[in-house]
Design a protein around this ligand. Structure first.
Ligand SMILES: [Zn+2]
Length: 134
């Protein structure tokens, strides 16, 4: 039985981070749908079933290159969201000692010590200089 499954899964994508997320989202949608009215319930149910079908399609897919690209895209997106949250958390923690500015040229977040008056800030990323009161 185990060997049969291994043979069946050979050359297939299998489970990855994206399929794990999709199946979790599907289960959450199914649970939410139980507490909704008929119209919303059927829509949520349809979306959840679609997510499950798509998850199985991805797990059993033999086009591993395409599935890997999708997964990599998802992981990159996840990393971005995580780092944005980390930045916000750090900004909040350091709000008493530092002031944060966005670079007018590249949009990078720059940290400068508070209470230094009007200073010239040079972006570490692109080298743009601008003046701000801290
Ligand atoms: Zn910049």
């Amino acid at each position: 039985m185990r060997q049969k499954l291994a043979k069946f899964m050979y050359g297939r994508n299998g489970s990855d981070e994206l399929s794990k997320l999709l199946s979790i989202v599907a289960v959450i949608l199914l649970i939410i749908s139980m507490y909704c009215g008929t119209a919303v319930r059927s829509t949520l149910f349809l979306v959840a079933v679609s997510a499950i079908i798509y998850t199985y399609f991805r797990v059993f897919s033999k086009n591993t290159a395409a599935r890997r690209r999708e997964n990599a895209k998802y992981l990159e997106q996840k990393r971005r969201v995580k780092s944005r949250f980390r930045l916000r958390r750090d900004m909040w923690k350091q709000r008493k000692e530092y002031k944060f500015f966005k670079c007018p040229s590249c949009g990078a977040t720059l940290r400068v010590p508070k209470g230094k008056g009007r200073i010239r800030i040079v972006c570490k990323k692109c080298g743009t200089a601008f003046e701000k009161k801290t």
